[in-house]
Design a protein around this ligand. Structure first.
Ligand SMILES: Nc1ncnc2c1ncn2[C@@H]1O[C@H](COP(=O)(O)OP(=O)(O)O)[C@@H](O)[C@H]1O
Ligand SMILES: [Mg+2]
Length: 326
């Protein structure tokens, strides 16, 4: 009985559910009093009386996201990154845009003298496996900032009181802890508005989220990434200073990726070009996996060079794997 109450108490605390915490605390006092521990019960009630009143109007406690607790730990992860923009194969135009973004964020002082800040709100969109997460990591790596990843889908699948609290915690952290804040699976925002039963409350939280994006004046970068940009409306797009499309690789880009991954093995260029022309439909992630598989094959054979045959076999393996996933 008391274990149940303690569990509820901790659970409520971990998820920032103040009303639940208050209720469980009162239950604890009452359990003590039932057990004949009248003095303990009295003490507990005195403490509870000093607690701030629970209720939706009060601003939720701000959680330190460097040490996320409870639910927030599943939603947010942060780390410094080694990736660089040179690790990403990108169309020239995209690379220019991103290099410019980095320059602006490295030259904040120069910009602010003229009353403009660097652009900091960026939207990445495109199919999976085409480098959105990798690019966000490399921006963090280039700027020497931690990448803080927030899974928006997880954030919005929690019960709503916690969603609002966590959002406030994250946005409170952005000025305190400069970083690249990656809101991954950002389209969950649009889905949340669409299919939740409690549309009114969810709609309000999404609106509050967009307002937090507008109101943020930190030096942190905010990158939203989505595989489903068609779900986002103009009101959402409008929030971003820079919109970056990601696409599956062209044959030319496949070659660049193979060079990046297998350059050390001096594979014949014409063969690579021929293979590259036969990989339509594969994402960068598929190709990267095939390169690793080819290296595995080489290593198991105790060879020191990857051959074209290793790569052909590995690409075939990845294609088979993808068929199972379809
Ligand atoms: N444009 C790219 N250039 C080089 N490698 C890439 C690229 N896109 C994807 N990859 C490889 O695939 C992996 C998964 O890609 P990721 O960035 O997670 O894709 P997304 O976030 O778009 O789904 C990366 O870690 C990297 O190894
Ligand atoms: Mg991703």
């Amino acid at each position: 009985m008391k274990a149940d109450i303690l569990r509820a108490l901790l659970q409520a605390h971990a998820s920032g559910d103040e009303a639940g915490f208050h209720k469980a605390a009162l239950q604890l006092a009452s359990a003590e009093s039932t057990a004949g521990h009248v003095r303990v019960a009295e003490e507990l009630r005195a403490i509870i009386a000093k607690m701030p009143p629970p209720g939706p109007k009060r601003q939720g406690a701000v959680v330190d996201i460097a040490q996320p607790r409870g639910d927030l730990a599943e939603i947010l992860a942060g780390a410094y990154r080694d990736e660089r923009l040179g690790d990403v194969v990108l169309p020239d135009e995209t690379r220019r845009d991103l290099e410019r973004l980095l320059r602006e964020n490295r030259s904040t002082g120069r910009l602010e003298k003229w009353g403009v800040g660097p652009r900091r709100r960026v939207l990445f969109h495109g199919p999976p496996g085409c480098g959105k997460t990798l690019t966000a990591a490399s921006i963090a790596g280039e700027l020497g900032l931690p990448l803080m990843t927030i899974r928006v889908d997880a954030l919005f699948s929690r019960f709503l009181g916690a969603t609002a609290t966590h959002l406030r915690s994250i946005f409170a952290e952005m000025p305190r802890r400069p970083g690249v804040y990656l809101f991954d699976e950002f389209d969950a925002v649009a889905k949340a508005r669409g299919d939740n039963q409690d549309v009114g409350e969810m709609g309000r939280i999404v609106t509050a989220f967009l307002q937090l994006i507008d109101a943020d004046v930190s030096t942190s970068l905010l990158i939203a990434a989505t595989n489903h940009s068609q779900l986002l409306d103009r009101a959402v797009f409008r929030r971003f200073d820079l919109i970056v499309p990601f696409q599956p690789p062209s044959p030319f880009q496949v070659e660049r990726l193979l060079e990046l991954r297998l350059g050390a093995f001096d594979l014949p260029k014409e063969e690579l070009a021929r293979l590259a022309s036969e990989t339509t439909g594969m994402s960068y992630a598929d190709l990267a996996r095939a390169c690793d598989d080819a290296i595995r094959e080489m290593a198991l054979d105790a060879r020191t060079h990857v051959t074209i045959e290793d790569l052909v076999g590995a690409l075939e393996g990845v294609r088979r794997r993808d068929q199972h996933l379809r």
